[in-house]
Every structure is written in C-alpha cells, then in structure tokens.
Ligand binder design. Structure first.
Ligand code: ADP
Ligand code: MG
Length: 843
C-alpha cells in the first residue's frame, strides 16, 4: 500500500480512537486535503480515490459522529475495493470504475492490463455486440454505491472494455476523456427509424426500417473484379425487398437464409423495383441499437466510426446514468416539471420517442441556463458587496447641465441618466449596461455620467476621474471631440483636463498625459487599449465607461477596472438584445434600454435589389454624390482566408473606380490594414476626400459620418441580421434622407427572410428578436466567456425555458445563496464543474 494511503489509515484509526470527534488532526480531517492529494498523486494513487477522499473529507465535519464513522468506513472499503479490483482481470469488464489508471506510473507495480484487443480503426459493419443483460452488472461494480457517481465519472475512458490508449487518444480529440464526458456528449442529430413499415407499403425515397427474413444471398464481382456486389433479398410476408452492398464481400458469409434482420436506410429504385443500397443492418435478436428506433448521430473524428462510438455510448449511458444522483433538488424538479437526470441522459442519447427526447432536451437545457443564472447572480452579489464612493448630483446642477446641451434629451436618454444618477449616489459600485440602438445617443449619456463624477457630486476635496474606452482610434477621437464640447466650457474645468490617449499619441504627449492622470490634474481621459498599458495610473479613478463593449475581451474590461478600487462601471452597446436574452446573458448587470431615437431622424429607406438591378443602385449613388453626399459599398467575407477576401475588395474597388465611377474618387478599407492605416482612410473619407468608400465589414462599429447617405451591401445574404443592421446604422446619422441597398449573391436569394426583415423595419430590437429566432444567440454573445461555452443544449431563443430557469435560480438564490444546505450539496458541486476554472470578470 502506498505511504499516502497508510497515512490515511492512521488518521482514520485515530478518529476511531477519539470517537469520531474530528480531532485526529488540528483543524479537522479536511485539513488533510491541503497536502495529502499531492502526495497521493505522486504515488500514483488513482484519481478516483483522490476524488473520493476529497468528497468525503470536505463534508466530514458537518456530519454526526455516527455518520462520520459510516463515511470513513465506506470510504476505506472503497479504497480497498479499488486497489484490489484493479488487479483482477475482467475480460468482459463492464464500464465500471474498476479504474485502471490510464498509464502505469513508473515505479509502480501494476498488473498488466487485462488482455484486450484494440479494435481495428475501420469498423466491421456488424455492430460491436451491444451489452445485453444490464441487470446484474451493477453487482460487478465494486461498492456499487450510487453516492460515488462523481468519482466514477472522472474515470478515464480506458476503464471501458474495448478502449485502449489509442482509442482514448482518438476520443480525446472529441473532448472525450472521462465517463462523464461521454454522458454529456450529445448527439448532433437523430435519424428517426422508429417508423417500421411493411414492405408492400414502402415508397421510393422513404427513410425506414424494415424487418424481414433473409431469402437469398448472392455475391458477385463486377467490372472485372474491381467491385464486388452482395445482394440479399428479404421477405416480411407482405413482399420482398432487394438489398445491395458494394465492396463488402464478407457480408456474404455473415448473412444466411432464414436469418431475421432489421435494415435501415433509404428506399431507392433500380430497374423499376424498390431496393435499398448499403443499408445499416443488424440481426433482430440483438437490441435494436442502430436500427428500428430513433438513432443518435454523434459528431465524429478520424478513426472513430459512428456505430462503434454509438455502441460505446450505449454501454456508458445505460450503465452509468441510472446510477447518477440528480444534482437538482426534487423541489425544483417538480415545480419546473422536469425529468430526472438519469432519464434525461438516457433519453437524450437513446430516445424512446420524440416526446421523451423533447423532455430530455428540456431538462438538460434547463440545467445549463440554471447554472448560468446562478453564476450570474453570485457575480452580481459579489459586486454589490463592495462599497463605492457616493456621488450625489444636486437637482439644480443637473438641470442646468442638461439645459446647456445643444439639444433636449430624448425620454429614453433622460431615463438612462436618472438610472445612472441613482447608481452613482447609492454607495455601491454601478454595474450598468446601457443598451441603445445605433444613433440613439449614448455618448451624451456617458458624458453626463462623467460630469457627475468629475464635477458635481464629488466632495470638493476629492479629485475623482473618469476614463472612457472605445475599440478604435477613430471612435475614441469622435468621443473626444464630443466630450470636450460637452464637458469643458465656461465655469467648468479647462480643456487641459480632458485628454485623448491613443496608441500612436506621441511619446512625449503620452508622458504628459500619464503624469496628469497620476497627479489628478486630468479629470477625464478618452482612449483606446492604450489606456490599459501598464504605465497608466490614476490618482483617483471613479468611473470607467466602455463603449461598444462586445468589442473588448473579458481581460481588457477587467484590466481597466483594475486601475481603481471598485470604480463605477458603465458599459455601452449598440447591439440590441432581446430582453429575455439580456436578462440571461447580462443578468449580472443592471440594464438601461434606450429605445427611442432623437427627433428629426428620417427613416432609412431600405431596398433589396437583385444582382441584375445593380445598375439602379449605381445611378442612385451617382445622384447622391451629385448632391454632395458620400457612399459606403460593403463586401462580405467571401472566402475563409483574408487574402482572397482582400483580393475581392481590391478588385471591386478597381472595377468601381475604372468602369462604374470613373469620375468619382473611390477609396478602399479592409481588415488587413494596420489600425492606424484604417483610421487614416476613415479620416480621409470623413474629410470628403473620397466619394465612395469600398470596405469589408471593418466599418461596422460606431463611426459617425453624417454626410454618408448610401450604404450598398453586396452579398447581403451572407450577413446576419444584427450585422446588417449595424452596417445600415453607418448612414442616416444626419438630417438628409439615407438609403440602404441590399444586393444578395444570387437572384433567388432576394426572398431571403433576413433581407425582407431589413426592408420591413428599422427597429433594431425587432430585428434582434427575429435574428434570435432564426439563428440563435451566437451573434450576441460575442466574446462573452466561460459559462457560455457550457451551453450545449440550451437554445437561448427558448424564452419560456429561460424564464423558467431564471425564476427557479432566483428563488433558490434567495433561499440558499451559497448552496450550503445539505440538499443542495450535489448542486454546488455540479455548479462548480459547470463554471470550471473559467470564472472571469463577466462585465
Ligand atoms: P450612439 O448611440 O450610436 O453612440 P451617438 O451618441 O453617436 O449615438 O449619437 C448620434 C448622433 O445623435 C450624434 O450626432 C449626437 O450628437 C446626436 N444626438 C444625441 N442625442 C440627441 C438628442 N437628444 N437630440 C438630437 N440629437 C441627438
Ligand atoms: Mg456610439
């Protein structure tokens, strides 16, 4: 026995001697977990044991002495069981946690692995014989206790009969390393073969399962032996059906007259008769795993065949899911009307029918959203636990400030400012998402927030500062110009206290700015990623504003926040998110929605043109330019590679310049330019140097060029709705009538739903709802992080399910925020696994 296990036994013995008072070690047995696991791991104690010990000791202190005695006894039995069964060869071993380590560690004496053969990479067409009697197998499982499931789920796949090192490596490429991974490896789709049909009712094109008795088997070479054909005729009493397989000559020896087989596939036609080509088949006496049911189809990789993987999953799922303890407390399960976990996992892999498949998916999706919500609620609570400085803006000051703006605030802007004002005065850090459609006027709201923090609410002895970060230089400059006007002015602080910091700001100026930020003489800084650089420090940063937040990674947002202690945070986004989704994805943030445009905007006219009608677009462009307006022409990502993409845009710019608009100046903007080169092109465009700007989607974000009135989008069918809407938002920012022209790649894409939707409405929220229905949530999530990778089953467009999970999570969070009640222990563990180590700053 390894020394670490000996040590364990010693402590258990001591506990016994002390009457299980948890005094064998100072601080209780749980203290063992500080050092013991590392030692044990060094001595190659199997991971399963490590897990079991950890699980047992963690909850040990909370048990009664009787329960402690029981727990240690069971644990010890299990340890013994595992160390002995490992030595027993089990040629037909069930997928039990007989936990053979993945590789024998050097210096450790381990019996050679039970003789087992790697299956050939190419699977024979007969399925690996599926497990039959599931009953009785559990007895082989050492201990056979249901409470050990999490341990077993961590067992490596090599504990399965038929999976050796090389298969384990193949499976690892699919992310399958443990039994638990297998249980949660969901089918990509299903083929429904559960509709059995008698042969005389078959129709051409049917995808069916047919059961019949083999009548004849013939095998013959064709094309001078280059190809072989096996032909089988089966009968089911209503008629005969001819089956054909190419190049599988061995089938002739497998199938014999009189055999009952079940075949699944598509009904084809040959010389006027119905046939099946290369159907899946199996003898009917074995469990109908591949045919005659709803068959799961799994994602595959090299050397992993569908049938083989399905058989492995069948073993794992049917053996292990019944042993799982459900992490969702019964109370939640019944009030949300959910299947239990065992059934859900069984049914999601091998559904009995469509109805139970649906119920299984519901349950598993619920788990994901529920976990997501629990994480988000915790995050929010943690944020709210911190204190922040109070900034109280007096009424008369704020009125005067708003009164001096060049325009009256819209109702939505007013509400957003009121929300922010309340947050800043609350003494808790603000964590607010300001969501407003393109052009709804978010900048001025941010400016007022900055004014409250830097001018008004602050006690006069304090020198609080605000930082505003934008994703591109051109946007930062745009904000800088606007904010300088709004913030600096008579009776307020001077121009010197609002500064712009970009990557290519000259070094000497950077130094001045850094010094000003460090000594507090600069009140407001606007910039790009340059703000995050190490040498930038703040005397007293109290507000950080992040514009177009989806453009920033989690780390960057965290980096800006870390320049201060508990700063108030305002993130802004122009990506409209339906409320249901916002509550899920941004549930940790408070939400202000600006769903109202400043007055005087004209609706952008949107038209869908066929490629042949392009000339109409060109003449509109000519006439707009004649009126002094400017034009965007956008090209989609045509190929995967940036290079061919660049070629397309370059070629198009040349074509437009030379053939279509020889008298106009046509500029070019694409993703391969350096950031400063891009900004230079945009500046020249804004200054009117080009009439037409040909671009890839790099202009998508935030830029304000009020003189641009035409947005022509080529290959429009290739874009998502959210993106089309963003692009359209580049025009219509001035008072003049603007146009958005959508030209799809093919004539027949004119009826494309997204394009029609674009032509129907300018409302970003309406479009976002549609996009969510059509394409799921990918577009909205952007770089948002950890928990979302865990969404494999949940569709964020299932609003009712989201709402259900959210309410349940909220209720539970109110009862037991840290999941400390005994009935929530399994849930606490599962939640930990869901969030993994990826607990990031989700702002
Ligand atoms: P976005 O929400 O897309 O960031 P901006 O803040 O850039 O929008 O505002 C778009 C334009 O609308 C700017 O030119 C801004 O000056 C103007 N604007 C903002 N608020 C109002 C308002 N209440 N009335 C009139 N114009 C406004
Ligand atoms: Mg903006």
């Amino acid at each position: 026995m390894q020394p670490s296990l000996e040590k364990l036994r010693k402590y258990f013995r001591l506990e016994y001697d002390n009457g299980y008072q948890d005094r064998a070690i100072i601080g209780g047995l749980v203290k063992l977990l500080d050092l013991w696991p590392a030692d044990a791991r060094n001595e190659s104690v199997p991971e399963e044991i490590l897990q079991a010990v950890a699980a047992c000791l963690r909850g040990y202190h909370d048990l009664t002495p009787e329960a402690r005695a029981e727990a240690l006894k069971t644990l010890w039995k299990q340890i013994q069981g595992q160390t002995t069964t490992r030595r027993e060869s089990q040629p037909d071993a069930p997928p039990a946690a007989s936990a053979e380590p993945a590789a024998a560690a050097p210096g450790q004496t381990i019996q050679p692995a039970p003789a087992r053969q790697e299956r050939p990479a190419v699977q024979p067409s007969r399925p690996a014989s599926p497990p039959r009697a599931e009953k009785g197998r559990a007895d082989l499982h050492p201990g056979g206790r249901t409470s050990q499931t999490p341990i077993a789920l961590n067992a490596s796949l090599t504990v399965l009969a038929g999976i050796g090192q090389s298969h384990a490596r193949d499976l690892a490429r699919l992310g399958l390393r443990t039994l638990g991974d297998m249980l949660y490896y969901f089918p990509r789709r299903y083929d429904d073969y559960s509709q059995l049909k008698p042969i005389h009712r078959l129709n051409y094109g049917d995808e069916v399962t047919v059961i019949g008795t083999v009548q004849t088997v013939t095998s013959r070479p064709v094309r001078a032996g280059a190809v072989s054909i096996v032909e089988v005729v089966i009968q089911d009493g209503t008629g005969g059906l001819r089956l054909t397989w190419f190049n599988q000559p061995w089938l002739a020896n497998r199938l014999h007259g009189g055999d009952s087989i079940s075949v699944s596939g598509k009904i084809d036609q040959y010389l006027g008769r119905l046939v099946m080509n290369s159907p899946d088949w199996e003898p009917v006496e074995v469990e109908n795993l591949h045919t005659n049911r709803i068959v799961p189809i799994y994602p595959l990789t090299a050397n992993v065949a569908q049938k083989w993987l399905r058989a492995r999953l069948r073993e794992v799922v049917s053996y292990w899911s019944p042993k799982l303890s459900d992490h969702l407390p019964e109370s939640i399960r019944s009030s949300a009307e959910l299947l239990n976990l065992k059934t859900a996992l069984l049914q999601v892999h091998f559904p009995d029918n469509q109805e139970s498949l649906r119920a299984a998916r519901q349950r598993l999706a619920f788990d994901e959203i529920f976990f997501l919500q629990m994480g988000v609620l915790r995050q929010k609570r943690d944020w709210q636990a911190a204190d922040a400085r109070v900034f109280a803006a007096p009424d008369d000051w704020l009125e005067a400030r708003i009164g001096s703006l060049p325009f009256a605030l819209t109702g939505a802007q007013g509400r957003a400012v009121a929300d922010i004002r309340k947050d800043l005065a609350s003494g808790k850090p603000m964590n607010r998402l300001l969501q407003g459609d393109v052009g709804s006027g978010k900048t001025v709201v941010a400016a007022l927030a900055a004014a409250i923090v830097t001018e008004a609410g602050a006690p006069s002895t304090r020198t609080s500062q605000a930082a505003i970060m934008a994703p591109t230089s051109i946007l930062a400059e745009q904000h800088f110009r606007n904010l300088s006007q709004l913030l600096a002015g008579e009776g307020r602080f001077g121009v010197e206290s609002v500064r712009l910091l970009l990557g290519d700001t000259p070094e000497s100026e950077k130094e001045t700015i850094r010094a000003g930020l460090a000594d507090g003489s600069i009140k407001v800084v606007i910039g790009t990623h340059a703000l995050l650089e190490d040498p930038v420090t703040f005397a007293d940063l109290q507000l950080t504003v992040i514009d177009e937040q989806h453009r920033f990674g989690v780390e960057q947002r965290a980096a800006l926040r870390s320049k201060a202690t508990n700063p108030h945070l305002l993130v802004m986004t122009a990506t409209p998110i339906p409320r249901s989704l916002a509550l899920t994805v941004y549930g940790d943030l408070d939400l202000s929605v600006m769903d109202e445009m400043p007055p005087g905007r004209q609706e952008i006219e949107t038209h869908v043109l066929t490629p042949r009608e392009r000339e109409r677009a060109y003449s509109l462009i000519r006439s707009q330019v004649a009126e002094g307006r400017q034009v965007f022409v956008i090209y989609p990502l045509i190929e995967e590679s940036e290079k061919s993409d660049l070629l397309a845009a370059t070629a198009e710019q040349a074509r437009l310049q030379q053939e279509i608009f020889p008298n106009l100046k046509v500029g070019l903007l694409h993703g391969r330019l350096r950031p400063d080169e891009k900004d230079a092109v945009m500046l020249r465009f804004r200054e009117g140097e080009f009439h037409v700007l040909v671009s890839t989607t790099v202009v998508e974000v935030g830029v304000d060029i009020p003189n641009a009135t035409v947005m022509l989008i080529e290959g429009a069918d290739r874009f998502g709705l959210a993106q089309l809407h963003q692009l359209r938002g580049r025009v219509g920012r001035g008072a003049a009538q603007s146009y958005c022209l959508l030209v799809p790649t093919h004539e027949d894409a004119v009826e494309n739903e997204r394009l029609t939707a674009m032509a129907e409405t300018n409302d970003g929220f309406v479009l976002a709802e549609r996009d969510l229905e059509q394409r799921g949530p990918g577009e909205f999530l952007g770089t948002r992080q950890s928990g979302y990778a865990g969404l494999r089953m949940a569709s964020l467009s299932d609003v009712r399910m989201i709402e259900k999970a959210r309410l349940q999570a909220q209720a539970l969070f109110e009862r037991d925020p840290d999941l400390q009640m005994p009935e929530n222990q399994l849930l606490a563990d599962a939640l930990g696994r869901f969030w993994g180590n990826g607990k990031g700053d989700v702002s």
